[in-house]
Design a protein around this ligand. Structure first.
Ligand code: FE2
Ligand code: FE2
Length: 192
């Protein structure tokens, strides 16, 4: 069993997420289960990581910073919700809810950036986060269809888009995202 305190965890999620974020989380759970079934990953782990990946997303800045300090995360995560919420979520799942499955924790931890060497489960949660059914943007359906046939291709598309958007905003991407993208490109090339 991934978590023996699932009802408490569900309560925590309900209390700490805005309704739209809650709905998004259920959408990621559903999409991650679907992709896990297609690609032969562990469906239970994918569903769990998908459902709880954003439990820290709606914390106030002060709350997030106090968790970053509590768990001894690097200073780069202070005042940095976009990157901190993934790391903090994994810490909370482990520390407060007894989740010790490293594959699940990695999938939560890396869901915003990806990382070099990311596992199939991590890739599934990363992709599901971007393409779950409650998202709405032009090309979503095509991307969902691509993810069901070519997970690496869909993953690379999402990474490219993320990096382009950061560049447009004049923000420096996290090193993990840049490395994750190269990792996926190398894998695509090695298959050709
Ligand atoms: Fe997130
Ligand atoms: Fe998310």
């Amino acid at each position: 069993m991934i978590c023996t305190k699932k009802s408490e965890l569900d309560e925590f999620m309900k209390q700490h997420l805005k309704p739209s974020r809650y709905t998004h989380s259920l959408g990621v759970e559903k999409m991650a289960s679907k992709l896990a079934a297609i690609y032969g990953a562990d469906i239970e782990k994918a569903a769990f990581a998908g459902r709880y990946h954003d439990i820290a997303k709606c914390f106030t800045n002060e709350e997030m910073n106090s968790y970053v300090r509590k768990y001894g995360l690097p200073d780069m995560y202070i005042d940095n919700n976009p990157l901190a919420h993934s790391k903090v979520a994994a810490c909370i799942l482990q520390d407060e809810f007894g989740v010790d499955d490293e594959e699940v924790l990695d999938a939560v931890r890396s869901h915003t950036t990806g990382r070099r060497g990311m596992s199939l489960l991590e890739e599934i949660v990363y992709v599901s986060d971007a393409i779950e059914e409650n998202r709405s943007y032009p090309g979503l359906e095509e991307l969902q269809a691509q993810a069901a046939e070519d997970l690496d291709g869909a993953c690379l598309f999402i990474m490219d888009y993320t990096l382009e958007r950061l560049e447009m905003k004049g923000r420096t991407p996290d090193a993990d995202t840049v490395e994750a993208r190269q990792f996926i490109i190398d894998r695509i090339n090695s298959k050709e």
